[in-house]
Design a protein around this ligand. Structure first.
Ligand SMILES: [Fe+2]
Ligand SMILES: [Fe+2]
Length: 271
């Protein structure tokens, strides 16, 4: 807990930080990474996370610029581990929320009435380039990976691709600090998640075709460890290209009327 953020990139005006362990290791909540991109005297928080992460991320940010200078909260999609803390960010900063157009009118449910008024930038399906300080953040289409309206973020200065729930691996926050450079032994920690949370192989292949056009130094997911270096990144694209997932694996057996019971005392499912 409370380890310093991982510095993914730094030059004299541009910094990318990953906060990987803001949650109790033995807690019930899944480990999640939050990101701060600083450019000069402003910045953006990517996938700010739930309320568990708010305090330390907010304090971490104030080391670089005053909260009033935060330009954006950028959300890859609208899950609770992405923007459940939205109300507190909207209250404590003047930042605008950047989120898929299809979630634009759902996000206000995370906040008190009026907090998001004139402060939401709805991103169209085709994605966009978003000015950030003297730089620009690329909002890449990543729909159905896993949410219906989903974006990844590419920072052309650090060459980091922030990939939301794609590339996720299950591990502790401490382990997540160490980038993976050899994909093969890492696959076991990604496979179960991707098979269930990614929507279909067709989508994965459309995405890799787009992503291969980018110069990527590191792929950094919202849970687990970054994937670093050309070899590991290419192996990751190849693995996705061949991965059956989501609706590829569902058939009529998945849609039977249920007969198992849940015991509310033990909270266990009994087939
Ligand atoms: Fe998600
Ligand atoms: Fe997530």
């Amino acid at each position: 807990m409370s380890l310093e953020p991982v510095e993914l990139y730094r030059d004299k005006r541009h910094i990318c930080l990953m906060f990987s362990d803001l949650i109790e290791e033995d807690g019930a909540a899944v480990q999640a990474n939050q990101f701060l991109i600083v450019d000069g005297d402003t910045g953006a928080i990517l996938d700010p996370g739930g309320n568990l992460a708010f305090n330390e991320l907010f304090m971490g940010m104030t080391k670089y610029f005053p909260p009033s200078r935060l330009s954006y909260l950028v959300a890859s999609h609208a899950d609770p581990d992405i923007i459940a803390s939205l109300d507190r960010w909207m209250t404590s900063t003047k930042a605008q929320l950047v989120i898929s157009r299809i979630w634009e009118r759902f996000a206000p449910h995370f906040t008190k009435v009026g907090k998001t008024e004139n402060r939401v930038i709805g991103v169209p399906d085709q994605g966009a380039q978003l000015p950030l300080g003297q730089s620009v953040l690329h909002l890449l289409p990543a729909h159905f990976m896993h949410a219906e309206g989903n974006f990844h973020f590419y920072d052309p200065i650090s060459k980091i691709l922030f990939s939301g729930d794609l590339g996720v691996s299950m591990m502790s926050g401490t382990e997540a600090r160490e980038p993976v450079t050899d994909l093969l032994p890492h696959i076991a920690r990604m496979e179960g998640f991707h098979r269930r949370y990614m929507v279909s192989n067709k989508i994965l292949r459309l995405w890799t075709r787009m992503a291969r056009q980018l110069d990527v130094a590191m792929i950094v997911p919202q849970h687990g460890a970054p994937i670093k270096g050309t070899q590991a990144i290419n192996d990751f694209y190849n693995w996705l290209d061949g991965l059956a997932c989501g609706i590829d694996l569902f058939d009529e057996r998945s849609y039977q009327l249920p007969t198992g019971r849940i015991d509310p005392v033990s909270r266990q499912f009994r087939p």
